[in-house]
Design a protein around this ligand. Structure first.
Ligand code: TXA
Ligand code: MG
Length: 325
């Protein structure tokens, strides 16, 4: 998708005026506001219907801006930034004293990320030219708890009436939200799995990072048990049970849509049968658009053929479990 300089200029003017601008990243679309302007950040929470104590990720044009936002930065942060930025990795670091509570949810840490999308980077660089903080706070541009948008049309559908401008950068390459790693404490800990997995992180850190187990009150909103969820109920079914399960549902008059990656549709099975790629990156790329599509079909149930329970699929598994919770 071509990069329109006039749109970037307009986006910066809106952000400067305290308005919301949705923009593409390589993971999902973000709902952006000037991160140094608490009144602008408050509009994000209002638009999403998101609880105010859920912290936001601050997007930066490059690692050189990290020290404006964070203090006591461990070497591991610089190493990870060097290895993976711009890219789908968010670092949780101790925050500078000035960082607004509106961004951090009142915590003493801040989430920082340099996204790897040309439109996002152009926006951030243009914004940084007139804003010393250079930070654009942006959660995923969906209503709270719903499926993250991976195209400009999805953002329009979710928040079209609440956002001043939607920058269109085409379909998101990664398709699921960034990996979040907490470096603010003694041991690095993965708070949200993503495209950059523990093995890659471990190669840079020198040891495999811990992974947060399921928790009660989350510091990461994406860690709520139910999240990334369609309005239609979702069930995860093991591949070997899929055909029997669908046969029973059909006899009970339940209208199912199916999201499979291995099992092709059979005669007499639901006509709404979507195949996703049988590899984790391809599956993640298509997942949210497929869920969103099935969610529009007036179904009683979305049945998902459960992908393999292996480390390579852990980020996808995480999103599917939350969609089904
Ligand atoms: O890929 C992504 O990360 C996308 C794009 C737009 O960058 N953003 C995204 O934002 O997924 P959001 O708000 O939907 O999820 C960000 C997560 C939240 O679950 C939030 O709780 C967590 O980051 N987070 C932000 N700051 C944090 C902090 N200081 N400590 C712990 N978690 C934090
Ligand atoms: Mg989100």
């Amino acid at each position: 998708m071509a990069l329109d300089p006039a749109q970037i200029t307009r986006a910066v003017a809106l952000l400067t005026a305290g308005e919301l601008v949705a923009f593409p990243t390589e993971t999902v679309y973000g709902l952006g506001a000037d991160a140094a302007n608490p009144a602008a950040v408050a509009k994000i929470f209002a638009a999403k219907g998101r609880p105010a104590d859920h912290p936001l990720i601050v997007h930066l044009p490059g690692a050189t801006w990290v020290e404006r936002w964070a203090r006591d930065i461990p070497q591991a942060a610089w190493d990870l930034a060097e290895a993976f930025w711009p890219g789908p990795l968010t670092l949780i670091l101790k925050k500078q004293a000035w960082v607004p509570d509106a961004v951090t949810g009142g915590q003493d840490t801040v989430g920082l990320r340099v996204p790897g999308h040309p439109v996002a980077l152009a926006l951030l660089q243009a914004f940084a030219a007139t804003h010393a903080s250079a930070g654009i706070a942006a959660p995923s541009a969906n209503r709270f708890g719903r499926i993250s948008p991976t195209s400009a049309a999805h953002v329009q559908e979710e928040l079209g009436d609440k956002v001043a401008l939607i920058l269109d950068g085409g379909a998101c390459q990664v398709g699921i939200e960034s990996t979040i790693i907490d470096l603010s404490r003694e041991q690095p800990e993965i708070l949200r799995p993503g495209h950059i997995g523990p093995v890659l992180l471990g190669e840079v850190l020198g040891e495999l990072p811990a992974q947060q187990q399921s928790q009660g009150a989350p510091r990461v909103s994406g860690s709520l048990a139910s999240h990334y969820a369609p309005l239609t109920p979702v069930r995860l079914i093991a591949p070997e049970r899929l055909l029997d399960f669908l046969t029973l549902e059909r006899h009970a008059g339940i209208r199912c849509g199916v999201l499979a990656y291995d099992q092709p549709p059979q005669a007499g099975m639901p006509h709404l049968w979507q195949m996703l790629p049988a590899n984790p990156a391809g599956y993640a790329h298509d997942l949210y658009a497929a869920l969103r599509h099935l969610d529009h079909q007036q179904l009683d149930l979305i049945v998902i053929e459960a992908p393999p329970d292996t480390p390579a699929w852990s980020a996808v598994q995480d999103r599917l479990r939350r969609a089904a919770a």
